[in-house]
Design a protein around this ligand. Sequence first.
Ligand SMILES: NC(=O)c1ccc[n+]([C@@H]2O[C@H](COP(=O)([O-])OP(=O)(O)OC[C@H]3O[C@@H](n4cnc5c(N)ncnc54)[C@H](OP(=O)(O)O)[C@@H]3O)[C@@H](O)[C@H]2O)c1
Length: 277
Amino acid sequence: MKWLITGAAGMVGCDLRHELESRGEEVVALAKSDLDITNGGDVARFVDDARPDVIVNCAAYTKVDLAETEESLANAINGSAVEFLAAAADRTGAHLVQISTDFVFDGSSSRPYDINDATAPLSVYGKSKLIGEHAAAKHTIVRTSWLFGVHGPNFVEAIRNQIRKGTNPLRVVNDQRGRPTYTPHLARAIIRIANLGASGIVHYADDAECTWFDFAAAINEELGATVEIVPVTSDQFPRPAKRPAYSVLSTERYERLTGVKPESWREGLREYLTARA
Ligand SMILES: NC(=O)c1ccc[n+]([C@@H]2O[C@H](COP(=O)([O-])OP(=O)(O)OC[C@H]3O[C@@H](n4cnc5c(N)ncnc54)[C@H](OP(=O)(O)O)[C@@H]3O)[C@@H](O)[C@H]2O)c1
């Protein structure tokens, strides 16, 4: 199979490229400097030239808080540009895998979100990603959550930096629940899903669910640090974009399709801390 990755210099894009190349797959990896996906003509040309079997769109506007004041840019990258990719995929017979987010949900559920549950994003970012989902509706949408990987800024790095700076105690929100996901695990899941040719929405997130406070406590423990982690509420940490209080994704369809259980974020965390010293 021939793979085309957009946004290939991002956190997920880098790990996906690495995973595919380590398997000897043919990969066309395009960073933003190679292909700006908001340019419809360029998208069509690159896809026509490369003739990939699978396009994985790892390009996105991911600045969740800034998006509140950059709505049209967020919508252009996360929404309209996906239409260009879907059209190019349709025309050339390629399969598009669009990555989406738990932020399409409002967090009012009290049980893990199923693929068919109603979406109701709370933020501009979430809304823009939902536009992208609609654009890729005929293809595959992989929703995921709380990503951390060595090729991008993320929560693990933020906590480690605070610990290194000597911040003690560390206040971390304990009223948002989700499933942290290590990006190499997501990369493997995307490849499994694409190889099956499954279409529609698939949720992939690592096991198990926790709060940001629990996640920070695990980071503290794995680092062998002894910082006091104090649980706080989201109200004590006001941010421009509203986050869902509960965004646990059910991975039931992923497990059924692939026959594989999600990997463990705790193991991913250990690997991450070794890989990014
Ligand atoms: N991070 C999370 O916690 C999280 C959670 C759930 C879902 N997701 C989704 O996972 C996917 C990958 O996210 P990530 O964490 O890997 O984000 P990332 O590290 O920010 O990577 C996104 C990449 O897309 C590039 N990009 C931005 N605008 C572009 C454009 N117009 N054309 C081409 N490339 C463009 C960015 O380049 P520049 O940096 O140069 O702008 C960056 O390299 C996204 O769809 C995101 O919505 C992320």
